[in-house]
Design a protein around this ligand. Structure first.
Ligand SMILES: Nc1ncnc2c1ncn2[C@@H]1O[C@H](COP(=O)(O)OP(=O)(O)OP(=O)(O)O)[C@@H](O)[C@H]1O
Length: 463
């Protein structure tokens, strides 16, 4: 795929190559400690890049259509809304800390901009005392992460609900990133979907800007793929997660009052529940989109994460829902290869994972791109090949050629259905698969050995 470099593109590309924050998942093995060492540098650079972009420009955001001429697509979307929700709710999910009781929260009418937004379902304002109590005075023991927005703490509310409390940090000028904070609150408060992290409330108190969201307790997809969390994900589990993400983003694009472009679909923004289902998080970059599917938003500020950014967006600064589709394509490749989008320590032809994987697919050797930690079976090899074919569509250089997120979900349902039928009808595959589920730890130790042998086996079978 050829990208026309722009000054911003070059800046992002330079960031991508920095070995301080890119490491290999497989091959050039990286330990957990190593990651810990480099994460602060990574976060610092990302935050710095965001700030630099902010200084350069004011965000320009056009909506080509007004609300008054949008009743057509909206009506259609509303008709379909129930359908998508039905599909999502019929899945076997962990809902995390879903025993929230909104009536226990105060409804805030003090948040001017939030109140003024039409279609707002309401946000719940916490007191600083409640936040201190929930986090044990922001005890370091409750710190669960650090991101571009700030520090994330685990908290427990009075009613026993577990929550994630995102506390903003001050920017280079000693001020909070107020625009990003408000954007995240407004966006989150409008959405409700099983595969999207739920907003519970917010707080602006003096210097503090705080968001309280649903706690999703089993780490991020990135951690599961890295092997720093869990026992490794099976292909069926990866398919479920991909479908969950596709549902979530379809909902954002098609079924909210105004379409929402997430703008930062990536493995570290996919939170995993105890039942290994996905919830899409971090709407700090989300931008309300026009209801006209043909409309684009021209921004002078490129936002997103290196490696996942749509090259057409980088080139034209025009943001559409197809930029999310591109990022989803990168994510699909990441999920089946187990590699980061940029693998800076690998040889030149393997450094950009999507290029390397697409080349393997083109040569009819998709199995060579398969995560060595995945056990090969006829069913899993076919599934991986089909997922890579879908990723190829998502990564099309022209956004018109990319499928919608809804189409992606439909294709993934088909792949999952076929995979399930195959493992049911082929006892060999089933036992292979079951053994894999039971003996994950053993596989983790031996994945390199299993990889090559099985590749040869399935090359033969598929020939
Ligand atoms: N709702 C949540 N439940 C549980 N853990 C969370 C939740 N939200 C965030 N975390 C944890 O906190 C970390 C930081 O999250 P955050 O969304 O602030 O940043 P990020 O997505 O990693 O990076 P960036 O904001 O730069 O894109 C996550 O990687 C995750 O481990």
């Amino acid at each position: 795929m050829k990208h026309t470099p722009s000054p911003r593109n070059i800046r992002v590309s330079q960031m991508k190559q920095n070995p301080d924050f890119q490491h290999d998942r497989v091959g050039n093995h990286t330990t957990k400690n190593h990651q810990k060492t480099h994460r602060p540098a990574f976060n610092y650079l990302k935050a710095a890049a965001k700030k630099v972009a902010g200084v350069f420009s004011t965000l320009l955001f056009w909506q080509r259509k007004t609300a008054s001429n949008s009743s057509g697509p909206k009506t259609e979307a509303n008709k379909q809304h129930g359908h998508v929700r039905d599909i999502s709710f019929s899945l076997d999910h962990s809902t995390g800390s879903s025993n929230k009781s909104p009536s226990k929260f105060k409804y805030s009418d003090s948040y001017g901009s939030a109140k003024a937004t039409s279609g707002q379902v309401g946000t719940f304002c916490f007191s600083i005392e409640e936040i201190y109590k929930a986090t044990d005075d922001f005890s370091p023991a409750n710190k669960i992460g650090e991101g571009g927005f700030g520090t994330v703490y685990k908290g427990k509310l009075k009613n026993g609900s577990l929550v994630a409390i995102k506390r903003s940090k001050k920017d280079a000028y000693g001020k909070h990133s107020s625009a990003e904070f408000k954007n995240e609150v407004l966006t989150l408060s409008k959405i409700e979907h099983l595969n999207l992290v739920r907003l519970y409330g917010y707080l602006e108190h003096g210097d503090e800007q705080i968001i309280v969201v649903e706690y999703v307790g089993n780490g991020t997809l990135g951690e599961h793929l890295d092997g720093t969390r869990g026992n490794g994900l099976e292909i069926s589990e990866r398919l479920d997660i991909a479908i969950d993400v596709a549902h979530a983003v379809t909902y954002l694009h098609m079924y909210t009052d105004l379409p929402i472009i997430h703008r930062d679909i990536k493995a570290s923004n996919i939170l995993i529940s105890e039942k290994l289902r996905a919830k899409v998080a971090d709407f700090g970059f989300a931008r309300l989109a026009s209801e006209d599917p043909g409309a684009t938003h021209i921004s002078t500020q490129i936002k997103g994460t290196a490696g996942y950014l749509d090259p057409e967006y980088l080139r034209t600064y025009q943001l559409t829902d197809k930029s999310d589709v591109y990022s989803f394509g990168v994510l699909l490749v990441e999920m089946v290869t187990g590699r980061h989008p940029i693998e800076s320590k690998r040889s030149l032809n393997e450094r950009v994972t999507i290029r390397w994987a697409m080349q393997r697919l083109k040569e009819g050797e998709a199995v060579l791109a398969m995560d060595p930690r995945l056990r090969r079976s006829p069913a899993s090899v076919v599934a991986v090949e089909k997922i890579l074919k879908l990723a190829r569509q998502c990564l099309a250089s022209s956004r018109q050629s990319r499928p919608s997120m809804r189409k992606c979900a439909e294709i993934l349902w088909g792949i999952r259905k076929e995979f399930r039928e195959k493992i049911q009808s082929h006892p060999a595959s089933t036992s292979h698969y079951s053994e894999n589920v039971i003996g994950r730890d053993a596989r983790k130790d031996h994945h390199n050995l299993l990889g090559n042998e099985d590749i040869e086996t399935y090359r033969f079978h598929s020939a």
